[in-house]
Structure formats: structure tokens, C-alpha cells
Design a protein around this ligand. Structure first.
Ligand code: C2O
Ligand code: CU
Length: 467
């Protein structure tokens, strides 16, 4: 058995923790509470013989927090209490929400001060896989564990799967003694890929095992909750079909695996697990091949003949592209970061060179502005089509996220996309240009930012207004 030092050394050498035998965990997550309390807690993130529980920040004592469930069209009321010693807020990622409930301090609400609480109360219109997370100092609060799954169920239960399996995948940076590495705010992370971790957990556990029966048909809801790590996740022993991306149905045509998820992205897979004597790994692709992050243990009586065709599959895809003629077109140029060649940007109302920006913790810019929020990127008339042309003129990938709306990537690098999915987050590679389109039909002030949380904090953030 590896000792503590050996474990962490190995973990730091490889991007993911190597296999350790005999570690079994399953976390029963509570159903939707009416209260989410953010407070310090502990979580057993690595095998207990490697290190003890890690001090984390948690909702209702667990990291991730409880799985919240609500039916589409119904109201979710959650009282968020702040038991931290710093302000916080909760953002309901991907929900086409009423603006005042979006959870963005300084834009849609005041931050929730220590000891205070805020009552979130909103209707979740679209069924799908969503998540909630801290949106104040999220580069620290999310990394310490303040997030969880938000499942919006079909108004009429869907008979296509026997059950759900919600998998919140997270990437932690731990020290040798199993505590959270407190190198938050490190400019090396902020100007490069963001804070990458050295331990990947699923539902807050190291390589948990999940029991299924042969040919059981499971809707696997994958959520990438990491600060900055993009992961391509594959399921062994099944031909999974892709049901949805970022909560929105894709029409079930695609081969799903491995499915690449940037930070904040989700994918729903429909998986029939074949009978298997050995556990079936759920694995993340790395340069050295797939590394397991969880295991499916198949046992018991088959649920059905393997040859059964799936029933009740959703036929609806992403729908038709809205008419974009007359769309207001806005340009968004992304610059900065290490090796990006940005010479300076506006911050605090004046032009700063890179050295001055670094002193301010700003190393990225949108349209030459390093994260200043005084003016919106654009104003759209309510109900009008919006077209945002985004150019990644940096040396790094970015996970571009729009609040309050789902968008379609209608072109990439000048090539139109025929049947674009509805997404709330798109992964852009260096030098890529995309055009995203949506109907600006949700009134209010909405963020548009990179979901590599260090990039957002260091300048990759703006907002638009729908009025
Ligand atoms: Cu999931 Cu503005 O974030
Ligand atoms: Cu980014």
C-alpha cells in the first residue's frame, strides 16, 4: 500500500491518482433540502489509509452538496445560509432563471454576508442536468467544494431509463497531508490553464463503485464541476448514447464516448451495462491512456434481454435554429494570458501595461478591458436575435459560458454548423473563432465569462443586458 507521501508524489507526477485497490465508497446524497448551508466540513476525498478527511467548504456538510431535484415548470425554493467567514452566493448554472435569482453579486444581488441568508425562489423551465455553485470568489469557493447537482425532471416522468446516476466529477488540488492546497490566487495558474488539481473525485469520493444489474438502462448524468480541468470521460462495457448536452436534448444520434466536458459542461448518456465479471471503469482520457475515476459493478439478475430496443426515447432534438436575420452582431475579442502577446488593457478606467495588470491580478481581457464591469458588452432588445462573434486570440482553451440563456454555436472558424446543439458553455481552442446565437428573451443583466474560474477572476468576464 502506498504511504501518504508516495501517494501524493504519484498523484502529482501523473495528472490523476493511480489505482489503489480495495477502496469502496458510495455516498448516499440527500434529496432536495429547502436549506443549503455553506459551512466548513470535512470530506474523505482520498482513501482513508492515505490521508484522513480533508477540511472542505460544503453545502449541508457534503462536497458536493445534496442533489437538488425539481420538476420542470415547478418552483424551487432554497434558503442559502452563509456559515463561512466570507461572503458567498449561489448560481443555478444553465437555468433560464429570473434575473434576480441568478446569484451574481454586484450584478443581480448583494453577496450573502457571513451569518446572513438569501432566499432563492425560481421556476426551472427546462428538464435536464444542471448544477449549482458558489458565484462569489468562485475560484476559491468552488475549489473548496461549494457546488452540487441540480436535476430538473421531466414534468411527465420519462420511461426511457430504469434510473438516474448523477456523477459530479471534481478535480482537487491537495497537499501531501490531504488538505486543500491553498495556493489560491497564484498568478501562474491564473495566467495559464487555471487551477488544475491532482485528485479527481466522483460525488466527493475517490474511485467510488456503483452497483448496477445486467442490462440495466441508466441515464448517467455527468457534470464537470472542476475549476479548470477539461475531461474526456468514457464508460467501459456499454455503448452509451448521448441524450443531452448542458441539459438540452440532442436527439440521440451521436456516439457518445468519450464525451469531452469542459468545466461546467454536462452530458446525459443512456447506458445499458452488459453483464461483466470484472468492474467496468468510468475513465478519463489522459496522455497515458484512460485512468479510472469510478467503477460500475454489474451483478444480480438481468433487468431485460440485452437485445431489447430502448423504449420511449426522446425524439426531440435541439429544435430549429431561430431566424437570425436582423440579429444584432457583437464582437468579443479574447486576449491575454501567458504567451498571449497582450501588451496591456484597460482596468479601473486607465490603460495598464502587463506588469501593472499582474499587480492587479488581471491578465486577460475582453475587447481590451480586463474584467471591469461598468459597461455591458451589449444591450439587446427583449425577444431579439443576438449574434456574438467570439475570437480566442490567446494560447489557451476557454470554456465560454452565457448566463440566463442557451445558445447555439452557429459557426466555428468560419464554417457554418448545420445542426447546432443548445449549450450554455462552449469550449474554445486557441485561435478559434465562433459565432454564438440566441434569442435574447430573458430580461435582465447576464454574465458572459470563461468558466475556467481563474480566467474569469483575472479578466475574462463581461455582461450583457436584455431589456
Ligand atoms: Cu457556472 Cu457564471 O457560472
Ligand atoms: Cu478561460
Amino acid at each position: 500500500m502506498l504511504n501518504r507521501r508516495g501517494f501524493v508524489k504519484a498523484a502529482l507526477a501523473a495528472p490523476f491518482v493511480p489505482s489503489l485497490a480495495g477502496f469502496l465508497s458510495s455516498r448516499a446524497q440527500a434529496e432536495a433540502g429547502k436549506t443549503l448551508k455553506a459551512a466548513p466540513a470535512t470530506a474523505q476525498l482520498v482513501p482513508a489509509d492515505v490521508a484522513g478527511p480533508t477540511p472542505v467548504w460544503a453545502f449541508n456538510g457534503t462536497a458536493p452538496g445534496p442533489v437538488l431535484r425539481v420538476k420542470a415548470g415547478e418552483r424551487l425554493k432554497v434558503m442559502v445560509e452563509n456559515g463561512l467567514d466570507q461572503p458567498t452566493s449561489v448560481h443555478w448554472h444553465g437555468i433560464r432563471i429570473a434575473n434576480g435569482m441568478d446569484g451574481v453579486p454586484g450584478l443581480t444581488q448583494e453577496a450573502i454576508e457571513p451569518g446572513a441568508s438569501f432566499s432563492y425562489d425560481f421556476v426551472a423551465p427546462d428538464p435536464g442536468t444542471y448544477w449549482y455553485h458558489s458565484h462569489d470568489r468562485s475560484w476559491e469557493q468552488n475549489a473548496r467544494g461549494l457546488h452540487g447537482a441540480l436535476i430538473v425532471e421531466e414534468a411527465e416522468p420519462w420511461a426511457g431509463a430504469d434510473r438516474d446516476l448523477v456523477l459530479v466529477v471534481d478535480d482537487w488540488r491537495l497537499t501531501e497531508d490531504g488538505t486543500i492546497d491553498e495556493s489560491f490566487g497564484h498568478m501562474m495558474d491564473w495566467s495559464h490553464a487555471g487551477r488544475l488539481g491532482n485528485v479527481v473525485t466522483v460525488n466527493g469520493s475517490y474511485r467510488p463503485k456503483f452497483a448496477v444489474r445486467p442490462n440495466e438502462r441508466i441515464r448517467v448524468r455527468l457534470i464537470n464541476a472542476s475549476n479548470a480541468r477539461t475531461m474526456a470521460i468514457g464508460l467501459a462495457g456499454t455503448t452509451a448514447r448521448l441524450l443531452a448536452l448542458d441539459g438540452m436534448p440532442v436527439g440521440l444520434n451521436d456516439v457518445a464516448e468519450p464525451v469531452q466536458l469542459a468545466p461546467a459542461q454536462r452530458a446525459d448518456l443512456l447506458a445499458d451495462f452488459a453483464a461483466s465479471e470484472t468492474p467496468l471503469p468510468i475513465a478519463v482520457e489522459t496522455r497515458d491512456g484512460p485512468v479510472p475515476i469510478a467503477e460500475i459493478v454489474v451483478s444480480g439478475d438481468p433487468v431485460r434481454e440485452a437485445s431489447d430496443d430502448p423504449i420511449g426515447l426522446p425524439t426531440s432534438g435541439p429544435g430549429v435554429l431561430p431566424n437570425l436575420s436582423g440579429a444584432k452582431r457583437v464582437e468579443l475579442l479574447m486576449e491575454g494570458g501567458a504567451m498571449g502577446g497582450m501588451s496591456g488593457a484597460m482596468h479601473d478606467g486607465r490603460m495598464m501595461d502587463m506588469r501593472a495588470l499582474v499587480d492587479e491580478g488581471r491578465v486577460w481581457a475582453f475587447n481590451g478591458i480586463a474584467g471591469d464591469m461598468d459597461e455591458p458588452l451589449a444591450r439587446f432588445a427583449k425577444g431579439s436575435p443576438a449574434l456574438i462573434a467570439i475570437r480566442n486570440d490567446t494560447g489557451w482553451p476557454h470554456a465560454m459560458h452565457v448566463h440566463g440563456h442557451h445558445f447555439r454555436v452557429v459557426s466555428r472558424n468560419g464554417k457554418p454548423i448545420a445542426d447546432p446543439a443548445l449549450r450554455d458553455t462552449d469550449l474554445m481552442m486557441p485561435d478559434e473563432t465562433i459565432e454564438i446565437a440566441f434569442i435574447a428573451d430573458n430580461p435582465g443583466k447576464w454574465l458572459l465569462h470563461c468558466h475556467m474560474l481563474e480566467h474569469a477572476a483575472a479578466g475574462m468576464m463581461t455582461w450583457f443586458e436584455v431589456a
